[in-house]
Structure formats: C-alpha cells, structure tokens
Ligand binder design. Structure first.
Ligand code: ATP
Ligand code: MG
Length: 259
C-alpha cells in the first residue's frame, strides 16, 4: 500500500532535503517505487536529484494551479525514482492558491489518480507553515521529522506538535507521525548524544532507530546532482540512509512478507 510521507520541520537547515533525496534514492535501491515531490521554491531536492531546475517549463507549481497535467510535470531522476520538480516560480503559489477551490488539498487531489504507481511518496516541505506545507501535510499519511542533534533542536518541538494538532482537527484527521529522525549526529559530541537521548524520551516509540551521522559526503553529493549513495556508496551517510530505508520497509512490509 502506498505510504505518503511529508518530510517536514518548520525549523530551517535540519536536513529535510538531504533526507528526502537520500531516502528516495535508498528506497529505490531497495526496489521500491518512489516519487519525490519538491514543495520548496528553493528547488534543492530537484537539483539534488540531478534535474536542473532552471531548464523546467512545467513544475509542481503548474500542477498545483491546474496549468499543466501530471505527465508534463513528472520526471524520472537518474537516481531511479520519479520527481515532481520545483523552482522559484513555486513561491508564487502561496498567493495564487489562496483563491482556488480546495486550496489546501490541491496536492492530495493531483496525487490521487497515481496512488497505485508508487510504494513511497516523499514530500520535501519548505521550512515554514505555509500553504505549500499545508498541501504537503494534507496529502500525507504521516510526517517524517528530521531533527538536528544540537542545542536548539528541541525548541521547535511544541510548534510541531501544535501543527499536527491543527492539521488533524480540520484538514487531515488521520495524519500521524511516522518518525523523528536524528540528523547530523556527532558521536564525539556530548551535546549531540544528550539531544539524541532527550528526543527518544520526549517521543517514546516515535524516534527512528537509525541515526544519521554528520558526514561530509551528504553535503557534497548535491553538487554532483545525486544522493550520497550514487556518489560514495560506502560513506557513513549513505549507509545510514540505506539503513533508514530498510527500517521503513521492514515496518510497512505486508504481514508474512519478509522485508
Ligand atoms: P531548509 O530548511 O533550508 O529547506 P533543510 O532542512 O532541507 O533546509 P538541508 O538542506 O537538507 O536542510 O541541510 C542543510 C545543510 O546541511 C546542507 O548544506 C546540507 O548539505 C547539510 N547537511 C544535511 N545533513 C547533513 C549531514 N548528515 N551531514 C553533513 N551535512 C549535512
Ligand atoms: Mg530543504
């Protein structure tokens, strides 16, 4: 069954895009059919998937406002998964969507006819609670929340819980937390270890076992237009995201089927 995950955290620079791209490539590597949706006008997930955002006539923006069909927007990434790409044009969606019918559900509606085509859909959300993020949360089964293992990580927690409550109350009553992902973990840092532990205490049963280390290959790979997996497969970052993909697949494997 399809699993639609919004990679989201209102805090900036916590590893949302890195997670979306590397998890998409890793799930594809495990034989899953994957779609990555770039909902950020920065277009980093698009570029990191080997698709030049500057060359695009049609992006997720056209799809959301109804100006282009899915077939014109959806592209195959060299990483083995499909992408609904974005560029700065998407910033205009914030204004253009306001007066359209079902403005919070435009992405969910666009996705509905394609639910049988994918096992996993990952939505890379921007670092704000904008109408774009709300579209991501309305389309999703669950939130995948990257959290940087540093001092201010816990600061955004109450915002996140609040957002989840508000979305559940009105727009998407069944949305849940898929998991909190500890990112940029530095095993040598006492603070990193303390924050990682605190996250596990605050959200019992909701924190992924897999921890993503701070690894320079994860920062370098986007400039090569690929996930770390296709740049340096043996790097600690690449192996961690493969581990996360395996953790997810094992969790959602149909009963009786070994992951
Ligand atoms: P934004 O809120 O702006 O969308 P984001 O949450 O998507 O940011 P990323 O763009 O994924 O965050 O990461 C922020 C920066 O940290 C990037 O330069 C990225 O390459 C780097 N980075 C992310 N994860 C790691 C990691 N595990 N190790 C080293 N560098 C990382
Ligand atoms: Mg990002």
């Amino acid at each position: 069954m399809i699993r639609i995950l919004a990679v989201t955290n209102q805090k900036g620079g916590v590893g949302k895009t890195t997670t979306a791209v590397n998890l998409a490539a890793s799930l594809a590597n495990l034989g899953q059919r994957v779609l990555l949706i770039d909902l950020d006008p920065q277009g980093n997930a698009t570029m990191g998937s080997g698709i030049d955002k500057r060359d695009l006539a049609d992006t997720v923006y056209q799809l959301l406002v109804g100006a282009a069909p899915w077939a014109k927007v959806c592209l195959a990434s060299p990483g083995g998964y499909d992408v609904l790409p974005a560029n700065r044009e998407l910033a205009g969606a914030e204004i253009d969507l306001v007066n359209l019918p079902r403005r919070e559900h435009r992405l969910a509606d666009a996705l509905a006819p394609h639910r049988l085509d994918y096992d996993y859909v990952l939505i890379d959300c921007p670092p704000s609670l904008s109408l774009l993020t709300i579209n991501g949360l309305c389309a999703a089964n669950a939130m995948l929340i990257p959290m940087q293992c540093e001092y201010f990580a816990l600061e955004g927690l109450s915002d996140l819980v609040d957002t989840l409550r508000r979305i559940r109350r009105g727009l998407n009553p069944t949305i849940d937390i898929e998991g909190i992902l500890r990112t940029m973990f530095d095993a040598r840092s006492m603070l990193s270890r303390q924050v990682a532990e605190q996250l596990a205490q605050h959200f019992p049963g909701k924190v992924f076992e897999t921890v993503i280390p701070r690894n320079v290959r994860l920062a370098e790979a986007p400039s090569h237009g690929c996930a770390a997996l296709h740049y340096d497969r043996n790097s600690s970052g690449s192996r961690a995201y493969l581990g996360l993909a395996a953790e997810l697949v094992a969790r959602h494997a149909p009963a009786g089927v070994a992951a």
